[in-house]
Design a protein around this ligand. Structure first.
Ligand code: NDP
Length: 265
C-alpha cells in the first residue's frame, strides 16, 4: 500500500467547517485524510469525500478505534459504526488511537483489526501512540506488524528513538501535531531564519523537515490559505545546515498525556 507524503488532520473540526475544510484539502491535492471516532466528525469527513467526486480509490482515509472500544467485539463493532457514520464501505487505514496500557485490552483490539482487514473493512491496520513496549507486545502476540505508528512528532519533539525503532521494524511514522499545535514552534527564531532563507513560511519549514526525515505529517487547518500553504512543501528542500540547526530544537513532548501511563477514552 502506498501512502501520500503528507496528509490532512481533522481534530477539533466539526460540522460544516469540517466538510468545507476537507473539501478544500482534497481540492488542494491532499489524498490522505485523518479522522477518528473520538473527533466526532466522521459523518462530515465522509460527506466531504463522497461529495468531492474524487474516485474513492484515490483517497487514503484513516480512522481510529477509541480507547473506550478496546476489546475484540467492541473494536469490530466500533469499526462498523465508523463506516456507518462515514457512509463508506471500507477505510484505508484503521488505527488503535491510544494503547491504554492499564486497561490492557489492546491485543484483543489488534486481533479484531487483523480480522477486519481480512474481511476487507479496512485495507491496512496500524496503531497510534504506541511505545516500544506496547509495539513489541502486539507484534510478539499476533505476528502482525502495524503498517503505521502515528505519534506526536515536530521539531520540538523529534522522537529519534521511536523513529529508529520504526525503521528497524519497517513501520511508517506518521507525525501528529507536526506544527506543534498551539506552541511557539512557528515563531521559533531558528525556523524564522530558515523560512526567510527559502522564502517560505515557518509552517512549511516544519512540515518539510518532517518529510525529509522520512515521516508523514498530517497538519490540520481550517483556513483555505493555510491548507494550501501546508501542501506546498515539495518545491524547496532544506539543506544539511538547516537540518542540523533544526536538530538542536528538541524540548520534549507538548502533550499532557503520556502513552506509557495515560488512558484516553
Ligand atoms: P497541528 O500541529 O497540525 O497544528 C494545528 C494548528 O496550527 C491549528 O491551530 C492551525 O490553525 C494552525 N496552523 C495550521 N497551518 C498553519 C500555518 N500554515 N501557519 C500558522 N498556523 C497554522 O496540530 P494538531 O494537533 O491538529 O495535529 C494535526 C492532526 O494530527 C490532527 O488534526 C489529528 O488529525 C492528528 N492528531 C492525532 C493524535 C493522535 O493521538 N493520534 C493527537 C493529535 C492530533 P488554523 O486551523 O486556524 O489554521
Amino acid at each position: 500500500m502506498k501512502l501520500p507524503a503528507i496528509g490532512f488532520g481533522t481534530y477539533q473540526m466539526q460540522g460544516e467547517q469540517c466538510v468545507t475544510a476537507v473539501r478544500t484539502a482534497l481540492d488542494a491535492g491532499y489524498r490522505l485524510i485523518d479522522t477518528a471516532a473520538l473527533y466526532d466528525n466522521e459523518a462530515e469527513v465522509g460527506r466531504a469525500i463522497r461529495e468531492s467526486g474524487i474516485p474513492r480509490d484515490e483517497i487514503v482515509l484513516t480512522t481510529k478505534i477509541r480507547g473506550r472500544n478496546h476489546g475484540f467485539d467492541e473494536a469490530q463493532e466500533a469499526c462498523r459504526e465508523s463506516l456507518r457514520k462515514l457512509g463508506l464501505d471500507y477505510v484505508d487505514l484503521l488505527l488503535i488511537h491510544w494503547p491504554n496500557p492499564q486497561n490492557d485490552r489492546y491485543i484483543d483490539t489488534w486481533e479484531a483489526m487483523v480480522e477486519l482487514q481480512e474481511d476487507g473493512l479496512t485495507a491496512a491496520i496500524g496503531v497510534s501512540n504506541f511505545t516500544p513496549t506496547t509495539l513489541d507486545r502486539i507484534i510478539a502476540k499476533t505476528g502482525v506488524t502495524p503498517l503505521v505508528n502515528q505519534i506526536e512528532l515536530h521539531p520540538y519533539f523529534q522522537q529519534e528513538k521511536m523513529r529508529e525503532l520504526h525503521a528497524e521494524l519497517g513501520i511508517i511514522t506518521q507525525a501528529w501535531s507536526p506544527l506543534g499545535r498551539k506552541s511557539d514552534l512557528l515563531t521559533d527564531p531558528v525556523l524564522i531564519d530558515i523560512a526567510a532563507e527559502h522564502g517560505v513560511s515557518t509552517a512549511q519549514v516544519a512540515l518539510r523537515w518532517t518529510i525529509q526525515l522520512g515521516n508523514i505529517p498530517i497538519p490540520k487547518s481550517t483556513s483555505a490559505a493555510r491548507i494550501q500553504q501546508n501542501f506546498d512543501v515539495f518545491s524547496f528542500e532544506l539543506n544539511e545546515g538547516d537540518m542540523l540547526a533544526m536538530a538542536t530544537l528538541e524540548r520534549g513532548t507538548l502533550s499532557s498525556l503520556d502513552p506509557e501511563t495515560s488512558e484516553v477514552l
